[in-house]
Design a protein around this ligand. Structure first.
Ligand code: GCU
Length: 606
């Protein structure tokens, strides 16, 4: 199985350009359909596909031709009708996939096997799989691949040094797919080269980065840039030298500017050594506090990459206030395809409904680029769970066009992947679209997040992080649960505009699913539909478990081909067990605290 383009023939070892590749793909996918390619360099990544009497004319710039070819191929192969003119341009310039792959072959938060790029502290890869991956990414319009973990430890730093020749060869493989590489770098790297500091204002440091950039871009002239995690979760950064993050990022930006390089600077900065007793710190406030005041001070070739929510990829988080606040800075929104907090690619969790909700809260124009932490690995199907491939596929479409429809894109993926009857197809699509809410129901309630097993983040542990140093507390006691983040509480809500403050600030108008993120409420609080908060928690958990049982039955009735079938069933068993654990443990946790019985008398274990 090769994910959604599984029936495609292998690609030849060398392909000269995206235009050549477009021709090859059209010939093999649509034999007998004459297609003419018109190279219009000024069109860049955009394309225009026109139906002619005999076949199709595809016009576009360098990679535009390839994207046009894939747009045509995927529509025809999925049985969709092709309009007389199909023209499109990507909304975002950089459509990135961030791999958290370590040089030893492991993947941080990886659930699909070992790294596709690294093993034994070397950059080693299977060229045929790289071409296949290039095809998968290009077929949905993704154009930047950062191959190494944002947590760069030695020997990961060697990517800039003696791994460079292998990296250059990898860049050659991806080039015809319109994909450029990016590297995560370690801010303190000059210190491995006899320079006693990494202070961004130090001239020796600046010179080292300039020399390094010259060497790296000589080897890979179209490298997209560097990705930086600085002053975050123990990584080095400008704070050590009392410099701010604009000073740090701009120093690197100057070094890479001559080559058209970009510095993608992550904003995941917060106090990860918090004292749970200290009520003055509220982790979700951190990114805004660190960066909003620097708006307008970053160089043109710096992009701030901001996680979509203020915490860390929880199942339900509001849009990060930082994404809404910085109007004079290039921003990228960061999503996570790897299901770190959403079931480890064991539990089914289709993400596009969540992404659509994010864009409903945030104008698409607030950002210029988009990134997602990869869910890829060396497993034969690339994403561990065969159905998790839908997240990579739909992410690509969404990165190209944030108005991408959830149902239509899931449907296209399903048609390209499985040969089902119309009824089976409809069933699969609706099941996939339902998985996000189901997962949300059986895990932490109503926007509160966390409650997971510490460190690996799979399965329930309601107080696993409660007295820890990561700043993720729910403070449930016998009377109430949740954190007051309004002006009378931590003040987090004040990071938003007045209209959002009004909407979320009052529990009566705050949407239910965000209630415990913004408010601390007694279990007797009466929700909009008349249920008490505690009853809603019980109901959601019982419903989530029942929905998972129904999901398992419906999935079992679908004729997935092997090897997918066995893998899907195996994981479904584990998901059922997980949903049951979540349901029972969360309900028992709240029942023991509150002493309030379930009004329907269902079993809650004491
Ligand atoms: C999460 C995740 C880490 C990762 C970090 C990041 O905290 O658990 O493994 O390093 O995000 O985004 O950098």
């Amino acid at each position: 199985m090769k994910a959604w383009l599984h029936s495609f023939p292998d690609l030849p070892d060398t392909v000269a350009s995206p235009a050549d590749l477009a021709r090859l793909e059209l010939e093999s996918a649509l034999p007998g359909t004459p297609c003419t390619l018109e190279h219009v360099p000024a069109m860049g990544e955009s394309y225009r596909v026109e139906k002619t009497a005999a076949g199709y004319t595809v016009s576009g710039g360098d990679s535009g031709l390839l994207y046009g070819a894939y747009a045509l191929i995927t529509r025809i192969l999925s049985g969709e009708s092709v309009p007389p003119v199909l023209a499109s341009a990507p909304k975002y310039g950089l459509r990135m996939v961030d791999c958290w792959d370590n040089p030893d072959g492991t993947i941080e938060r990886g659930y699909s096997g070992r790294s596709l790029f690294f093993e034994g502290n070397r950059l080693v890869y299977d060229p045929a799989r790289m071409r296949e991956l290039g095809r998968l990414l290009a077929s949905v319009g993704l154009n930047v691949l950062c191959i190494n973990n944002v947590n760069v430890h030695f020997p990961g730093q060697l990517l800039l040094e003696d791994m460079l020749p292998e990296a250059a060869a990898l860049a050659d493989i991806f080039r015809p797919f319109g994909i450029r590489l990016m590297f995560s770098i370690d801010f303190s790297q000059p210190m491995r080269h006899g320079i006693p500091t990494a202070d961004p204002l130090d001239s020796a440091v600046q010179a080292w980065w300039k020399e390094t950039a010259a060497r790296v871009w000589t080897a890979i002239p179209d490298l997209a840039g560097f990705l930086v995690k600085a002053d975050s979760e123990g990584r080095p950064g400008p704070f050590t030298y009392n410099r701010n993050h604009a000073e740090g990022a701009n120093m690197l930006a100057e070094a890479v500017k001559p080559y058209g390089g970009i510095i993608v600077w992550r904003c995941f900065v917060y106090n990860c050594r918090q004292d749970w007793r200290d009520r003055t710190v509220d982790r979700p406030k951190a990114a805004f506090e660190h960066y909003a005041w620097l708006d307008g001070q970053f160089a043109d070739n710096v992009i701030l990459q901001i996680k979509h929510g203020p915490f860390d990829f929880q199942v339900r988080e509001p849009v990060s206030p930082l994404l809404l606040a910085m109007k004079h800075t290039n921003l990228a929104m960061e999503l996570q395809l790897a299901q770190e907090y959403t079931g480890h690619q064991i539990d089914l969790y289709t993400m596009i409904p969540m992404w659509r909700e994010l864009f409903a809260e945030m104008p698409a124009d607030n950002i210029m680029s988009i990134a997602a932490v990869s869910n890829l690995g060396r497993d034969a199907n690339y994403t561990g769970h065969p159905l998790a491939a839908v997240n990579l596929f739909t992410y690509g479409l969404l990165a190209w066009d944030p108005d991408t429809d959830a149902e239509a894109s899931v449907s296209r993926w399903a048609r390209l992947t499985y040969d089902f009857t119309p009824e089976q197809h409809r069933c699969l699509v609706s099941l996939l679209l339902s998985t996000r809410r189901t997962y949300e129901k059986y895990t932490a309630p109503l926007g509160i997040g966390w409650m997971v097993n510490p460190h690996d983040h799979y399965g329930p542990n309601p107080s696993g992080y409660e007295y820890d140093l990561w700043g993720t507390y729910h403070k449930a006691d016998r009377n109430a649960v949740g954190i007051d983040r309004t002006a009378s509480g931590t003040g987090y809500l004040e990071q938003y505009s007045a209209d959002l403050q009004e909407k979320y600030g009052d529990p009566a108008t705050c949407p239910d699913l965000y209630l415990l993120f913004y408010h601390r409420l007694p279990y007797s609080f009466v929700m909009k539909d008349g249920r008490t908060l505690i009853q809603r928690i019980y109901d959601d958990h019982f419903e989530g478990l029942e929905e998972t049982k129904a999901l398992a039955e419906a999935i079992a009735a679908l004729p997935f081909p092997e090897p997918d079938r066995a893998e899907i069933f195996r994981r479904m068993e584990l998901q059922l067990r997980d949903a049951r654990e979540w349901c029972d443990i969360i309900n028992t946790f709240f029942h023991r605290l509150s002493g309030v019985p379930d009004t329907h008398g269902r079993v809650i274990y004491d």
